[in-house]
Design a protein around this ligand. Structure first.
Ligand code: ATP
Ligand code: MG
Length: 385
C-alpha cells in the first residue's frame, strides 16, 4: 500500500464514523505541483480520543498538539484534530490546544497559504484562503497578518525560507517585510527547532535561492554564532550538500568554537565532525591523510568545504590508501626498539607516527626492509646533529 492509499483508508474510516477528515499541508501542496510526497497529514473534526478508539494501532505522538499517529500496516499517518492557533509560552510551548469543529478555523491557524489547502478523499479541494492561487504564482504568503503570525511563532520565518529552498518559490513582499521586522524573535526559539529547519533548508533543491533571501534579510546576524557567515554573503552555495557543512562553516567563522559547539544541540558525532573539519581547515591537513584519519564520508565534507571557501569546482576523488590502520604497518614499536638499541621512550611513538604519515602519503613503501632502512637513516641523521 502506498502513502496515498493508506491516507485514503484513514479518511474513509473517519468519514464512515461521521467525522470530517481531509488531507492537508505539505502533502496536498506537493501533490498539486507534482512533487513526490513523503508523508501524509490529515486534519479531522474527531478528537484525539476518538481517533485512538477508531483504529487498531495508534501512537500518541503529539497529544499536546492534538496529533495521533495512525499506523496503516507499516505506514504512519499523522491525524490532527481541527484546532485554532494556540498562544505560545516563551515561544516554545503552545499554552493550550483549543479544538474546533471548523475546518475553516483550522486552516486559518496554518502558516502559509500554500500549506492551508484541504483535500477530501475524492480529491476535491477545499481552499477558502486561496492557497492554490499562490501555488500557481509560486509565492509563499502568510495566512493572515504576517507580522502577527511571525510574532506568534517566529520559527515560521525559518520555515518560510525552508520552503523557498524546497520549492524554489518567492517570498511575497508583505511576508518578506514582516520576516525582516520580526527576525530578532528567532533568538527566542529553541535551538532544536532552529537546527531542524536549517537542516531542511540545506537539503532543498533551491538552497542558493534560500541563502540569497536569508542574506537579504540579514538573517545570519540573528542566528546564534552564525554572524561570521556574513563574510560569505555573495557566495555560491552549490557545493554545500549536507547540513554538517553549513554548521562547520559557522564554526569556522564564529568567535569561539567551543562555545558554539556547547550552545547548539549537536549529537556527539556531529560535534566531533565539526571540530575535526574546522581543525583540518585551519591546519590545512592533506586530504589523503584526512581520509586516512577520518574516513571517506567526512573527507567528502572536507572537500566540499574547501570548494566552498575557495569557490572552486573540482570533483571529489576517491583515494586509494596504502594502509587503513596503523596496525597494518609492517613495523612495530617492538621491532624499532630491537633495531635501534636505545632506551625506550616517547621517541618510538613519534617515529611510528612519522612512518605512518609517510606511508599513507605514499612517500615510503610499507615494506619491512624499507622501513627498517628508513629508521636507521633517521637515527644516523639524528646522531649527526
Ligand atoms: P514538509 O513536510 O514538506 O516539510 P509540511 O508543510 O508538511 O512540509 P510540516 O512541518 O510537516 O510541513 O507541517 C504540516 C502542516 O502543519 C504545514 O503544512 C502547516 O499547515 C502546519 N504547520 C506546521 N508547522 C506550523 C507552524 N509552526 N505554524 C503554523 N502552521 C504550521
Ligand atoms: Mg509534512
Amino acid at each position: 500500500m502506498d502513502l496515498l492509499a493508506a491516507g485514503t483508508s484513514v479518511l474513509e474510516t473517519l468519514n464512515g464514523a461521521g467525522y470530517e477528515a481531509y488531507f492537508v499541508g505539505g502533502m496536498v501542496r506537493d501533490r498539486l505541483i507534482g512533487r513526490p510526497i513523503y508523508d501524509v497529514d490529515i486534519t479531522t473534526s474527531a478528537t484525539p480520543d476518538t481517533v485512538m478508539s477508531l483504529f487498531d494501532k495508534t501512537i500518541a505522538t503529539g497529544l499536546q498538539h492534538g496529533t495521533v499517529t495512525v499506523m496503516i500496516g507499516k505506514i504512519p499517518v499523522e491525524v490532527t484534530t481541527f484546532r485554532v492557533e494556540s498562544h505560545y509560552i516563551d515561544y516554545r510551548r503552545p499554552k493550550e490546544v483549543r479544538f474546533t469543529r471548523s475546518l475553516d478555523e483550522d486552516l486559518r491557524r496554518r502558516d502559509f497559504t500554500i500549506n492551508a489547502i484541504a483535500m477530501d478523499r475524492e480529491g476535491q479541494l477545499l481552499d477558502p484562503i486561496g492557497g492554490r492561487e499562490d501555488l500557481e504564482k509560486s509565492l509563499i504568503v502568510c495566512v493572515g497578518k504576517p507580522t502577527e503570525r511571525f510574532q506568534e511563532d517566529p520559527l515560521r520565518i525559518l520555515r518560510g525560507i525552508r520552503f523557498v529552498s524546497k520549492l524554489g518559490f518567492s517570498l511575497e513582499a508583505e511576508t518578506l517585510a514582516a520576516m525582516i521586522e520580526t527576525k530578532e524573535l528567532l533568538q527566542q526559539i529553541s535551538m532544536e527547532r532552529v537546527k531542524k529547519e536549517l537542516e531542511g533548508m540545506v537539503k532543498g533543491d533551491f538552497f542558493q535561492k534560500a541563502m540569497n533571501d536569508a542574506y537579504e534579510m540579514d538573517l545570519m546576524s540573528v542566528i546564534p554564532f552564525f554572524n561570521g557567515l556574513n563574510k560569505y554573503r555573495q557566495r555560491c552555495y552549490e557545493a554545500i550538500t549536507h547540513p554538517i557543512i553549513l554548521f562547520a562553516l559557522a564554526g569556522l567563522t564564529c568567535d569561539n568554537l567551543a562555545e558554539y559547539l556547547a550552545a547548539w544541540p549537536f549529537s556527539r558525532v556531529e560535534r566531533k565532525c565539526i571540530e575535526v573539519l574546522c581543525h583540518a581547515l585551519n591546519q590545512e591537513v592533506d586530504p589523503t591523510y584526512f581520509t586516512y584519519l577520518y574516513g571517506e564520508e567526512w573527507a567528502r565534507f572536507y572537500h566540499q568545504m574547501k570548494l566552498f571557501i575557495h569557490q572552486e569546482n573540482v570533483p571529489y576523488q576517491v583515494v586509494d590508501l596504502p594502509i587503513s590502520d596503523r596496525r597494518e604497518l609492517l613495523i612495530s614499536g617492538k621491532v624499532i626498539a630491537e633495531v635501534i638499541q636505545r632506551p625506550k621512550g616517547p621517541w618510538i611513538q613519534e617515529l611510528l607516527r612519522k612512518i605512518e604519515y609517510l606511508v599513507v602519503m605514499n612517500q615510503l613503501k610499507n615494506e619491512k626492509e624499507t622501513l627498517i632502512q628508513y629508521i636507521k637513516n633517521e637515527m644516523e641523521e639524528a646522531d649527526d646533529e
